[in-house]
Design a protein around this ligand. Structure first.
Ligand SMILES: [Zn+2]
Length: 86
């Protein structure tokens, strides 16, 4: 369940002292070319940094990507394993 995955991610992020990057306003679908993504206000998920993905996974920035928290795995190193973009 997503709540379990969020809790698991929160524990890893806290233990590894990873600081989420909340500078963008939302994460959009892969390859998105909307005005907000072009201006850098939003980020297409396939171009997001691991710290931006972590902010999304924690619910600190809105997720418009079409992917769920369960599609990602936060590792102890702070690296985020990503799905194959569709
Ligand atoms: Zn966009």
């Amino acid at each position: 369940m997503d709540t379990d995955r969020i809790r698991e991610a929160q524990e890893i992020i806290a233990a590894a002292q990873i600081v989420p990057d909340k500078t963008i306003d939302a994460i959009d679908p892969p390859g998105c070319g909307c005005t907000e993504c072009i201006t850098g206000l939003y980020r297409p998920i396939d171009q997001a940094s691991d710290k931006e993905l972590i902010a999304m996974i924690l619910g600190e920035i809105p997720n418009h990507s079409g992917y769920g928290v369960a599609d990602f795995l936060v590792q102890d190193s702070g690296l985020v394993m990503k799905p194959r973009w569709r």
